[in-house]
Design a protein around this ligand. Sequence first.
Ligand code: OGA
Ligand code: NI
Length: 261
Amino acid sequence: MMQVSREFFSMPQSERLKSYSDDPSKTTRLSTSFNVKTEKVSNWRDFLRLHCYPLEDYLHEWPSSPTSFREDVAEYSRRIRKVALRLLEAISESLGLERDYIDRALGKHGQHMALNYYPPCPQPELTYGLPGHADPNVITILLQDDVPGLQVLNNGKWLAVNPIPHTFIINIGDQIQVLSNDRYKSVLHRAVVNSYKERISIPTFYCPSPEAIIAPAPKLIDEEHPCQYKSFTYTEYYQKFWNRGLAKETCLDLFRATPYI
Ligand code: OGA
Ligand code: NI
């Protein structure tokens, strides 16, 4: 994955631009920053976003060069999906729910991937690769190369999550926070850039299907744990996420049962 991603981003601009779009609703697209249509300040990042499940629906849209791109990325997507499904079973069990509870809550399921490319930046203190945000999906499985850049907010302080070879970082996303009625918290994180070396990170965003209706699990609601969220479709949530821009807070507060003022 790292090799084919590096090859993709080192192709001539004319070749890369074949995939370019600034429309977040496109299922395959190369873009830059976060949402160039809505933001005033750009981030130091290029990214190729792909939908990966069901594979047959999207494979033909993916870049056809480098030559091994489709085959390598399809193989990775299939394998990482199995990891995601096992993690979701473990998370369901850890909440005292049926093992397939989250699986069923996601409807037909969705899986997206980003190939993030952060070039060396001459003035890294003036920008981010990605500013603080929580991922809007269920869980994120992040593969990163050996260049540091990821940070998570822990007790009010940003901590570096430096790469450990042959490991993945698993991030809890907003939908697990909702399904678990706040037992799990989605993690605020960001990517910083440096002046000396490019960095590549490859998150897989495991998602509900767009029409899935998400709400706290009834078993996790009682007098001591009142229901924290209204129910919503994943599409509603996802559109809010892309349109409001990245900020420190998550989108979750927009879907609270008792809105925060
Ligand atoms: C993301 C993200 C972190 C990284 O793409 O949502 O948080 O390390 N990436 O690039
Ligand atoms: Ni993220």
